[in-house]
Design a protein around this ligand. Structure first.
Ligand SMILES: Cc1cc2nc3c(=O)[nH]c(=O)nc-3n(C[C@H](O)[C@H](O)[C@H](O)COP(=O)(O)O)c2cc1C
Length: 189
């Protein structure tokens, strides 16, 4: 398989796996306390999946960045959820048609995906593609995000995903590898 690389507003190679993820570094609530995460939890899992599948990776980012503060972010996220906002994204996958499997990763915000992930899933035609969801969370598991993905992508196959607790991402390698193995989606070496 070709070497994977970060993409943003550019063509990527024709590898069939794309790992598209949203993750927010900064202050977050992990295991009962606020900690500063230089790398977001979901990004840690996304990079693991990239390593194990040798897929391409794309970061879903909104043009308006979220605050560093945890409480401020929860307020902004709640407001966006309440208005069913579709925040504008900073980048676009030009050659989405070349991917068969989209690993879609996000933190659980207010029991579902952050609204920029809704913008992302509605921004492409995922018909006949397979979506493999993964999330990080602080207790909700997937919340109702899987139902929301299925609603947005009615003609896609949505696989059983993996939900990792934020504080466990550092130790999630075996769990993620097992999940990918069960899906038959580890890189052929
Ligand atoms: C705005 C906001 C809302 C959240 N809502 C939930 C929630 O409803 N359920 C939950 O289990 N965790 C919730 N969390 C915790 C995050 O899902 C968790 O910290 C996640 O690992 C963060 O991933 P990231 O570092 O990749 O952004 C929330 C965090 C934030 C910032």
């Amino acid at each position: 398989m070709e070497k994977s690389h970060e993409v943003k507003n550019m063509k990527v190679n024709d590898s069939k796996f794309l790992i598209a993820y949203f993750s927010r570094p900064g202050n977050n609530y992990v295991g009962g306390t606020i900690v500063n995460l230089p790398v977001g939890n979901t990004e840690v899992v996304a990079k693991l999946i990239q390593e194990l599948t040798e897929g391409d990776i794309f970061r879903i980012e909104s043009v308006n960045a979220y605050p560093d503060g945890y409480t401020e972010t929860t307020e902004m996220a709640q407001q966006e959820l309440g208005t069913n906002a579709r925040p504008e994204l900073a980048g676009h996958v030009e050659n989405m048609a070349s991917y068969d499997v989209i690993f879609l990763g996000y933190p659980i915000w207010w029991s579902t995906m952050p609204m920029p992930v809704f913008t992302f899933v509605e921004g492409y035609d995922f018909s006949r593609k397979t979506i493999a969801p993964f999330c990080t969370h602080e207790g909700s598991g997937f919340g109702h995000s899987i139902t929301d993905i299925k609603k947005s992508c009615p003609h896609s196959t949505v696989l059983d995903g993996i939900a990792v607790r934020g504080g466990n991402v550092i130790n999630a390698r075996n769990e993620v590898a097992q999940w990918l193995g069960e899906l038959g989606m580890t890189a052929k070496k």
